[in-house]
Design a protein around this ligand. Structure first.
Ligand SMILES: NC(=O)c1ccc[n+]([C@@H]2O[C@H](COP(=O)([O-])OP(=O)(O)OC[C@H]3O[C@@H](n4cnc5c(N)ncnc54)[C@H](OP(=O)(O)O)[C@@H]3O)[C@@H](O)[C@H]2O)c1
Length: 312
């Protein structure tokens, strides 16, 4: 019997596959383990007169085909997310200044949101200066939510930072909390995914803490995650109803930041030295033991640091 893998097809696509005779019977569907995050459909296709002509398998999230606007689609997360959404069969639009859409000024928003079902906001401020980052998330979020009201968007998904509300000394974290509050009050059904620091961002953190004698870091807990795992979690959220709340995503391993940095430097074959320094800060902000790690994570990324490093 023929076995066909129809990667990336959703149930509606499946039912409309050209050349399939009538009578598609989905005879088994199952959630795979977290690692796959996909729904598997095994189905048989019957001839009108009886007899199975085809057995086929899809793997994709179940659901409708939707128009999904990814704000910040050219960024680190956006570039990984868009192909995952397309594999699920969705129509995607990347919205950012490079494609003529500016969430801060509102330019191009109404046009690109027309007919959209979901907006995923993975944009980021070009400047991290307190006033500018606040202005970025304030204006972009207000403009997006207003345009989403007009367009009838059914789910606003935004990416924030684990523990953002516990770090008021940081202008960046204050701006992320403002973004979250605007979303919560904005009237569009929403899900906020708070992620820990990305592996891709660890080099920047170490750079900011580099002094003449080495890299000075505290031993506060740290649980970074691969950007690809962040994109996978967002792609999963797209296929589920709005949570009207916040869900945390962290990396597979939690360990003190200084230890993690040594592991990272070994991976990068760097001769730099890490000095454990309880007074060292995170971008000027003092860290408590668990400032950067979630008490409870809805998702744990799969990629360990070394596996991620092997793919770089
Ligand atoms: N870095 C981390 O460790 C970390 C951890 C947790 C959460 N996060 C969150 O993850 C999100 C995404 O971060 P990222 O590192 O993937 O970002 P990124 O790579 O810096 O990408 C930023 C994106 O925002 C777009 N953008 C800039 N100005 C815009 C505007 N006015 N209107 C619309 N789009 C605009 C850029 O578009 P152009 O290319 O067109 O300029 C780009 O696509 C951020 O919200 C951040 O808070 C980050």
């Amino acid at each position: 019997m023929a076995r066909l893998l129809v990667a990336g097809a959703t149930r509606p696509v499946l039912n409309r596959l050209p050349g399939l005779p009538c009578g598609v019977e989905i005879w088994r569907d199952e959630w795979k383990a977290f690692g796959d995050r996909s729904r598997n459909f095994l189905f048989r296709c019957h001839k009108p007169g009886g007899g199975v002509v085809l057995e086929a398998e899809t793997h994709s999230l179940e659901g409708e085909i939707m128009k999904i606007v990814v704000v910040g689609g050219t960024g680190l997360i956006g570039q990984k997310l868009i192909p995952l959404l397309q594999e699920q069969g969705h129509t995607t639009v990347s919205a950012s200044p490079r494609s003529g859409v500016n969430a801060v000024t509102g330019e191009g928003l109404a046009e690109c949101l027309a007919g959209a079902d979901i907006v995923v906001d993975v944009s980021n401020s070009p400047s991290f200066a307190d006033e500018e980052v606040r202005n970025f998330f304030d204006r972009s979020t207000r403009n997006l939510l207003a345009a989403e009201q007009q367009a009838g968007v059914k789910h606003h998904i935004a990416l924030s930072v684990v523990g953002a509300d516990g770090m008021p000394e940081s202008g960046y974290m204050r701006a992320k909390v403002l973004q979250e509050k605007l979303i919560e009050a904005g009237g569009i059904p929403y899900t906020i995914v708070r992620a820990t620091q990305f592996y891709e961002f660890v080099g920047t953190i170490l750079g900011a803490n580099t002094r003449d004698d080495g890299i000075r870091l505290p031993s506060a807990m740290f649980q970074p995650v691969a950007a690809m795992d962040v994109a996978k979690s967002l792609a999963e959220v797209v296929g589920t109803p709005p949570r009207q709340g916040i869900a945390n995503l962290a990396g597979p391993d939690a360990m003190p930041m200084d230890q993690f940095a040594r592991r990272y430097l070994t991976l990068m074959k760097s001769p730099q030295v890490v000095i454990t320094d309880p007074a060292a800060t995170y971008f000027g902000m003092p860290l408590a033991e668990r400032s950067l790690v979630p008490d409870r994570a809805e998702w744990l990324g799969e990629l360990a640091l070394e596996e991620w490093g092997a793919g770089q």
